[in-house]
Design a protein around this ligand. Sequence first.
Ligand code: SF4
Length: 255
Amino acid sequence: MKYVYGPVLSWRLGTSLGVDLISSNKACSFECIYCQLGKGEGPVVKRSIFVPTKELISELESLPPLGIDYITLSGCGEPTLAANLGEVLSEIKKRLKQPIAVLTNSTLMQDEKVCSELSLADKVIAKLDVPDEKSLEKINQPAPGITFAAVLDGIKRFAAEYPKKLALQIMFVSQNKEKAAAMAQLAKEINPIEVYLNTPLRESDAKPLSANEMQKIKKLFFPLKVVGVYDKEKSEVIPMEEDQTEKRRPRRKKQ
Ligand code: SF4
């Protein structure tokens, strides 16, 4: 398998089959300080085709029946950078009945074409780790030209147009934990269907917050529906090919 990995047990989505529209070197418009993929060759902002749709679909068609809850577009970078995102979503929809989620860093959501492609998914999990420009520079290290205001505007516009599809994901590390109250306020303004609160429990250069710290943060988001990374059991699902899965999803750190 070159483009499909897992299934993995996702604390957000249950048993999930990963589909990677990047699948080679990391390509992302951010360089987050906690990225489990490590450093890439610099941020990428231009959309292009990394994986031919036909090859990806024939890989999906070759799979045996799998008991999965979700198909998730994620992997070696930012899926909205793939210019064939919409085409791939439509082709998967024609063939498989499971709902599709896309994990995005939200940087291209100001682009109407990207939003209309994303709307083909059943759930769009948009990253928003910070409430201001300075923190975006510090935590997410965006490509030149990407601003906090534009990212937030893109998320809000998508939420207004597709209110039943948008979930938010926030990664907390020591560098943004003081911003938790401001993040909760922002999340309430956006009003997503769910908020996923994460901290890097997998291999990463950043240290995770403790379960206790995350629990305190979670309370700030009431009354939104919130799922925290510590809330779910740490059981694992056996992937079809371990190396292809670990490339995109490193193992959990020992705690
Ligand atoms: S958005 Fe995701 S893939 Fe991109 S740098 Fe951040 S953590 Fe890594």
